[in-house]
Design a protein around this ligand. Sequence first.
Ligand code: ARG
Length: 492
Amino acid sequence: NSSKMWSGRFREPLDATFESWQRSFPFDVRLLSHEIAASKAHAETIAAAGILTPDELKQMLDGLDRVIPLSLEESTKLTNLDALRDAHKLNRAGVDLVISASSSIVALNPQAEDIHHFVELQLTKVIGDLALKLHTGRSRNEQIATDMRLFVREAIDNTLTGLTAWRKALVELAEQAGEATMPSYTHLQRAEPVLVAHWLLAYVSMIERDASRLIDARKRMNLCPLGSGAVAGATLALDRSIAARALNFDAPTPNSMDATSDRDFALEFTQAIATLGIHISRFAEELTLYSTAEFGFLDLPERFSTGSSAMPQKKNPDLTELIRGKSGRLLGAATTLATLIKGLPLAYNKDLQEGQEPVFDAADTIAGILSVLPAFTSSLKFRYDTMKTAAHSGYLNAMAAATYLTDKGIPFRKAHEHIGNAVRLAMGEGTPKTQRELQQLTLEELRTICPQFGEDFFPAITLEATLDCHDVIGGTARPRVKTALSEAKSRL
Ligand code: ARG
């Protein structure tokens, strides 16, 4: 027990099973780089308060740097157990840690209770008893709050980078699509024709909102908890702005009770990521659907598809399906955090330790999704002919036809009814084979429904005219989409 950070008050050893069960080190070890950065910032703060001499500060900072035994470059070579063992031998500072190839960290220290304890133990190995001064004027409660903020801030930045890549892929795809058309759907029934670019830009709008939510959350969370102590504030007169500045926070947090128990920043992050996941999942669902033989709007890229072990003919949309599935996990993380926090009295409670893994999982899951989504999106090849045929049949120009009549001064309700009758007439009694489209009706037939139909009806309901009559901001008229596309491009 003497290796614990709090053993003085205890005489009985911990139950061994409880001891190992309550540890967070197996997962919070991934906070190592943040814990070191925060510890260095704290060391500078207490040095400024006269707790460390300039020389002690220097030793402390050097020692903290040596707690990370391997450079990232070195660590990427660790692909198997042997390499791992070698790396451990190489280990400059003799600390009990190596970093594996996937930059997940393999910790070899059986004593560490959590990442804070680990760094203190390792620092003691490296610089001796001077290490024991580091905890002056601080608490693990403010440390974990700080480490998690640093983690979330980095995860937000990584997500934003990935989102920009996806947004760029969508904008490029929209550009390639030019004036290609497709049906739009409401109730999953054909509604009106739209430009393929217009459909793709709908996702660009969603991503832009997602990005702004993350940017907004980042601003709100960028305050430094260090100096908040265990709950009531540090017991030394520390200049909290030193650590805030060193860690690139905008300022110290304003209330110690809030700062040590607040996890809004993690909740907001997971919620924003969950919303992003919902959008990505809708995209994945549409592509899954559009790649079926029934729609036939695209051929899945082989590079991103898989076969069936049983049915030789199959090419399955595993990528989009997995994305749809993984977005469920993102929602799960947000739900876990909200449920975890809602019943907690102020301030720190150990329950908060359970809030770490969902945040890590959300960050890893979105990083994984965004590692494949931009390249997948760029590789999509649409069957524009099939899309156009679908946009051309099934009376998708009926609303444009009704608009033709309202332009002749007929009230819309009446015009709607006339066109409804025209659709009825075109559908006929027979099989789909004998069905006609509105443009295939004769003027004589149309005039039996409404005498105001003229020759100019036919040019008014072509595919192009049907698109272009939606000439409003946000509409699918070709010039509007062109403008929307160049605006989306300039925002990249
Ligand atoms: N591992 C702990 C956590 O994640 C660190 C804070 C421990 N504080 C405490 N008072 N036990 O929450």
